[in-house]
Design a protein around this ligand. Structure first.
Ligand code: NAD
Length: 331
């Protein structure tokens, strides 16, 4: 079994790769993994066990058609994580988002067809649905993305579905809520706030902090992706939720407590343009069809995450300096 993981040096992709190589996915204990990653500012080779006998790291771009045509033959499955993923960066400039997320997905899927890859999972996000005041989105909900990031992911979902419908590619799509856990780039809300607090700095909270996000530990997300890879149906979309709905203010208050800070560490900043108020997924389908249920309790997972950032200052310091120099903030 050979699995190609795009974006496998990023936050979620690397968790998936580390877990697979550690034998965490039944039936895949001996799988060989190829990570294809451009190693942008968000990718880090230290996130994966380079040198592991069943791992190959290829630095390359999902938009590089010739590279993909060379690389893909011989792989049984592709899990597509590679993307530009930070909403705030997409507000400043959407070029790289459209290029990597839309064009990159199309070029990758062309190569999957040519290499007759037997199974593909396209990893997407709840943000494609837009914002919901009450209730929760099922997979049938219309796509109403609000940020350029979310719009580029929605476009990639439609391309992916079309490759199943038109060409018969054996592909499923996952749409997950906000992830947290170790190895997340310090530009995103939870690691940004943790690392600021560990440095004795304030945390920039958008608006009044009333925006609601559904938080899921990266390990639960990765396990759901593996379930979809092995047992999901072709052409189907699976929401991956079941996390914990929290306002940004409530998350901030928990982080203050875990880091031994008080409310004076909060700095309210002007709200993000077009900031979605609330995300909420109905994950009945993946629960009933594939038996998925999240395992990691939000509060325990958050405490473990804070402990990881406290113990791994060397990992985040350089990225944080770079992000700060580029003026990036939030989730
Ligand atoms: P990330 O930014 O941490 O990692 C993205 C990875 O993709 C990086 O390693 C980067 O180097 C690589 N990459 C970027 N452009 C590339 C290109 N052109 N070619 C090859 N590699 C490239 O992102 P993440 O948080 O790990 O998200 C992974 C996927 O999961 C994304 O598709 C994202 O939309 C989706 N997702 C993320 C979340 C979340 O909360 N983080 C939630 C739901 C879905």
């Amino acid at each position: 079994m050979r699995v190609l993981v795009t974006g496998g040096a990023g936050f979620i992709g690397s968790h998936y790769v580390r877990t697979m190589l550690a034998g965490g996915y039944p039936g895949y204990e001996q799988a060989r993994v190829t990570v294809l990653d451009k190693l942008t500012y968000a990718g880090n080779r230290d996130n994966i066990p380079v040198g592991h006998p069943r791992l190959d790291l290829v630095q390359g771009d999902v938009c590089d058609r010739a590279l993909l045509q060379d690389l893909l033959p011989g792989h049984d499955a592709v899990v597509h994580f590679a993307a530009e993923s930070h909403v705030d960066r997409s507000l400043a400039s959407a070029d790289a988002f459209v290029r990597t997320n839309v064009l990159g997905t199309q070029i990758l899927l062309d190569a999957c067809l040519a290499a007759e890859v037997a199974r593909v999972v396209h990893v997407s996000t709840d943000e494609v649905y837009g914002s919901i005041e009450t209730g929760s989105w099922t997979e049938e909900w219309p796509l109403l993305p609000n940020s350029p990031y979310a719009a580029s992911k929605a476009a990639s979902d439609l391309i992916a579905r079309a490759y199943w419908r038109t060409h018969g590619l054996n592909l499923s799509i996952t749409r997950c809520s906000n992830n947290f856990g170790p190895y997340q780039h310090p530009e995103k809300l939870i690691p940004l706030f943790i690392t600021n607090l560990l440095e004795g700095r304030q945390v920039p909270l958008y608006g009044d902090g009333s925006n609601v996000r559904e938080w899921l530990h990266v390990d639960d997300h990765s396990r759901a992706i593996q379930l979809v890879l092995t047992r999901g149906r072709a052409g189907e979309i699976y929401n991956v939720g079941g996390g914990n709905e929290q306002t940004n203010l409530a998350v901030t208050e928990r982080l203050l407590k875990l880091c031994g800070a008080d409310h004076s560490a909060i700095r309210h900043v002007a709200d993000r343009k077009g900031h979605d108020l609330r995300y909420s997924l109905d994950e009945t389908k993946i629960r009933e069809e594939l038996g998925y249920a999240p395992r990691i309790d939000f509060e325990e997972g958050l405490a473990d995450t804070v402990a990881w950032y406290r113990d791994n200052v060397h990992w985040w310091k350089a990225s944080k300096e770079q992000a700060r120099a580029e003026g990036a903030t939030d989730e």
